[in-house]
Design a protein. Structure first.
Length: 723
């Protein structure tokens, strides 16, 4: 989140547009992901210092720029100009050129080489770089490699400026222009001319309506085929964002009609065109984006093939094996667990589900021990790094994330393990199955050989996957594979207030709080609640339980935005836990911060939800070191937009992870997410301690709200051969 500068503050009196030109003296703040920029410039005419705020790209200290915008007044930051459009102005004096090049704007040129270049070429320096780059090698210290670097960087800088001017000329804000250039690069203009509606589903933060305004300025008619097709695809994409694999035709047309402000009858022909062009898939009265249709149909086909293909028989006296494993582990399996083991050592595909403390891990360990004794091989996997690490600790065997198991190759743009190069094993066990979405399940099933066995383990009462689909729920609902639901909470687990109350919540009853491991702190005001969370994390919990506030305590909230949201919590926790961390150049991150990876980065082998700590920053090399649980990863500065503060996280983001302690902020203003499965998922993230800070009414609302938004999926029907 950018600092609160006045760009979003309403002005009672709208100031007229003005244009200022001057030299950028200092960059106060810059966020590369959005181009949000705060700088100080010395104006050319009056030589006064002016603060300017806006979304600018490729602007460096020492550069001359011309900005157009309006004055805004802020109590804290004073009078500033909010930039609406801008352009760079190439300096024409020797002094200006030297400062311009010495700013670091062009790779390969710093203050030393800027001085040498100006001494060699004078006022002609920029023309030489642009038109006669071979002459650069006459300058002492500039060889072929550095000359090529300078030429490439100069060309890139010029391209950025020309593209930004084009985009701004078509009514695109500077903030949007930065995002567009970052996504498309030098092809940005060509992409927009071909189909401006690509912005709506390619660029985060640009809505269909935003792309529509741009398209209108570029001359596309409101009822044009391209506009309607783009609106239909956008409506389908919005459905995917809500977890749906498909939309009903009636639902899709209604959504697109509202979006496009066109009657339904005008949408039917473009929809047929999308299907004919294979940009959408029709199945009866449902419409899919092709990738998700392939994922769902592929999951059904491969699961049915797996269940139908026999495995090489292994002679197992099951009852003897159960007695052996009990004696070996000095355990007594419950009747439920014994039944799960019976099925697990004989079934081709099975599902084990149950809440905390019901002994899922004991069942898995028993099955693995029996099959290992018989000489069978197995692989263990989970959707996230934390879940895989936890699985590894619980079983004593190596466990990997699904992405690592399938050996994703950035070079090939896909998984190395697939139907033509399957995994080599007799059994695969997948933990935390509720987190696995349809596309990832499809990729996994493609890599499982037909003779292999498959055991799916998870808690079906937790939140569904962030991505589209509801795979675990659908497989259980289909009843096409053996399902074992473990319900008995073991005595040792039942002594935990977290475990016992999780089951109470899941049954729709209000939990019984205590003062040992399942604590409620009443706070109704959001600011007081936030202050209490800070005090708990920084003082009270570490003092009483000896837990590290960064490593061992995770703060959770249902929503990201708002006074009691994750973003606000992270800002406050960073200031409380890491006030003296060295700031990382022009970003809100500091050395020592707890951070989370926001999307899969296959090149770095880090994945959405991975949590680590920034342990080193090198401004000169423009690299950052993040220490995760099992490895150290070096980030380039340009990859840092994939990281966010992780002192606090949404409940959804924390799924699949466990922490010694969790602190959940839960208030009525979170009403959109006050659901039973949200509360259940949140409290079960804590192993030793769960603290809820908030309003009892919010807890009650969540406990009573068992309504789960139904996702549009057809996997259950496909597995039953109903489609």
């Amino acid at each position: 989140m950018e600092p609160v500068f006045p760009e979003n503050k309403p002005q009672l009196d709208i100031e007229p547009l003005i244009t200022l030109e001057g030299v950028v003296e200092r960059i106060v703040y810059e966020r590369e992901a959005t181009g949000f920029f705060v700088g100080r410039m010395r104006t050319s005419n009056t030589h006064e210092f002016v603060t300017f705020v806006g979304n600018l790209m490729a602007v460096s200290e020492g550069e001359t720029i011309r900005v157009t915008g309006r004055w805004v007044e802020d109590r804290k930051f004073g009078r500033q100009i909010r930039v609406e459009t801008y352009e760079t102005v190439v300096p024409n004096t020797v002094e200006g050129i030297e400062r311009y090049l010495g700013s670091g704007l062009i790779e390969g040129i710093g203050p030393v080489f800027a001085k040498r270049l100006v001494e060699a070429f004078g006022a002609e320096t920029l023309r030489v770089i642009d038109e006669e780059p071979k002459r650069l090698r006459r300058v002492p210290g500039i060889g072929k490699k550095r000359a090529d670097q300078i030429r490439a960087s100069w060309a890139s800088h010029k391209a950025i400026q020309s593209i930004m001017i084009f985009l701004q000329g078509h009514g695109i804000s500077t903030a949007q222009a930065v995002k567009i250039y970052k996504h498309y690069g030098d092809k940005a203009v060509a992409v927009l001319r071909e189909n401006p509606y690509r912005l709506a589903y390619d660029i985060a933060g640009i809505s269909f309506r935003g792309a529509d305004k741009i398209a209108s300025r570029m001359g596309l008619a409101k009822d044009s085929m391209e506009r309607i097709k783009a609106g239909l695809l956008h409506a389908l994409s919005e459905g995917v964002s809500d977890g749906h694999v498909f939309l009903q035709e009636e639902e899709l047309l209604a959504s697109a009609s509202e979006l496009l402000e066109l009657p339904l009858e005008q949408l039917t022909v473009p929809l047929k065109a999308l299907v004919a062009q294979k940009e959408a898939v029709r199945e009866n009265d449902t419409l899919y984006l092709p990738v998700f249709h392939a994922a769902e149909t592929g999951c059904a086909k491969l699961l049915k093939r797996l269940m139908a293909t026999p495995y090489d028989p292994v002679s197992i006296q099951v009852e003897n094996a159960i007695r052996w494993v009990e004696k070996k582990g000095a355990i007594t399996l419950s009747p439920e667990q014994q039944e799960a083991v019976r099925i697990g050592v004989t079934a081709k595909v099975m599902v084990i589900t149950g809440g905390p403390g019901t002994g899922k891990t004991t069942v898995i360990n028993s099955i693995l021990a029996i099959l290992e004794k018989k000489g069978l091989s197995f692989l263990l996997t989970a959707p996230t790094g934390r879940a895989a690490k936890r699985m590894e600790g619980a079983t004593g065997h190596d466990a990997r994330t699904i992405h690592r198991l399938l050996e994703y190759s950035p070079k090939q743009g896909g998984f190395i393990r697939n139907e033509t190069n399957p995994l080599e094993t007799d059994l695969i066990v997948v933990d935390e199955m509720s987190m696995v979405d349809a596309p990832l399940m499809h990729a996994l099933l493609q890599a499982i050989p037909p003779f292999c066995r498959l055991i799916l383990v998870g808690d079906v009462d937790q939140l569904p996957s962030v991505g589209p689909g509801n795979v675990l729920f659908d497989i259980i609902a289909s009843q096409t594979a053996p399902i074992v639901r473990l319900k008995t909470v073991f005595r040792q687990a039942a002594r935990s207030g977290i475990v016992s109350n999780a089951h109470v919540i899941n049954q729709g009853n209000y939990p019984a709080f205590n003062d040992t491991d399942f604590v409620f702190v009443k706070r109704q005001d959001s600011q007081r609640a936030l202050d209490t969370v800070i005090e708990l994390v920084t003082k009270r919990i570490p003092a009483k339980f000896g837990l590290d506030p960064v490593r061992d305590i995770q703060v959770l909230a249902p929503l990201r935005r708002g006074d009691a949201g994750v973003t606000r919590l992270n800002e406050a926790l960073q200031e409380a836990l890491n006030p003296n961390g060295t700031p990382i150049a022009k970003r809100l991150l500091r050395c020592g911060d707890k951070v989370m990876q926001l999307r899969n980065n296959y090149d770095l082998d880090v994945y959405n939800g991975d949590v680590g700590v920034i342990t080193l920053a090198d401004d000169e090399a423009k690299e950052l070191e993040v220490t995760f649980e099992d490895r150290v990863v070096i980030y380039r500065y340009e990859d840092l937009d994939d990281l966010t503060l992780a002192y606090a996280a949404t409940v959804h983001k924390a799924q699949g992870s466990e922490y010694p302690a969790v602190v959940l902020l839960f208030l009525p203003q979170h009403y959109m997410m006050l659901q039973r499965n949200v509360l259940y998922t949140a409290v079960t993230r804590g192993k030793q301690l769960a603290v809820i800070v908030g309003d009892a009414k919010a807890v009650g609302m969540a406990v009573r709200n068992s309504r789960i938004t139904r996702r549009n999926t057809a996997l259950t029907a496909r597995l039953r051969n109903e489609i």
